[in-house]
Ligand binder design. Structure first.
Ligand SMILES: N[C@@H](CCC(=O)N[C@@H](CS)C(=O)NCC(=O)O)C(=O)O
Length: 81
């Protein structure tokens, strides 16, 4: 499963969400707004609060940076969608 730590108003997160939607993929969105429990989880797993942050539980991959996330999705999921 693809899990994205993200914020609604974040344009970098929007870019990732748009690509996931274009490909018709399912994902879990974790809201990393201040005060949310997901924000604490994000800090633990990534070491910072920056979003978007991808966790691919199927491939055991964790990744920051929207461009890298989109590239990863294209490489591993575009043909499977
Ligand atoms: N280069 C990054 C930029 C991400 C970014 O700046 N995200 C902002 C929200 S739009 C953020 O999380 N800022 C909080 C922080 O850097 O701790 C990307 O493309 O993913």
């Amino acid at each position: 499963m693809l899990e994205i730590y993200q914020k609604e108003g974040c344009p970098f997160c929007q870019k990732v969400r748009a690509r996931l939607s274009e490909l018709g993929l399912s994902w879990i969105a974790h809201s990393a707004e201040p005060g949310q429990r997901s924000t604490e989880v994000l800090k633990k797993i990534s070491g910072e609060q920056k979003v978007p942050f991808l966790v691919d539980t199927d491939r055991n991959v964790m990744m920051p940076e929207s461009d890298d996330i989109v590239e990863y999705i294209n490489e591993h999921y575009a043909r499977e969608a």
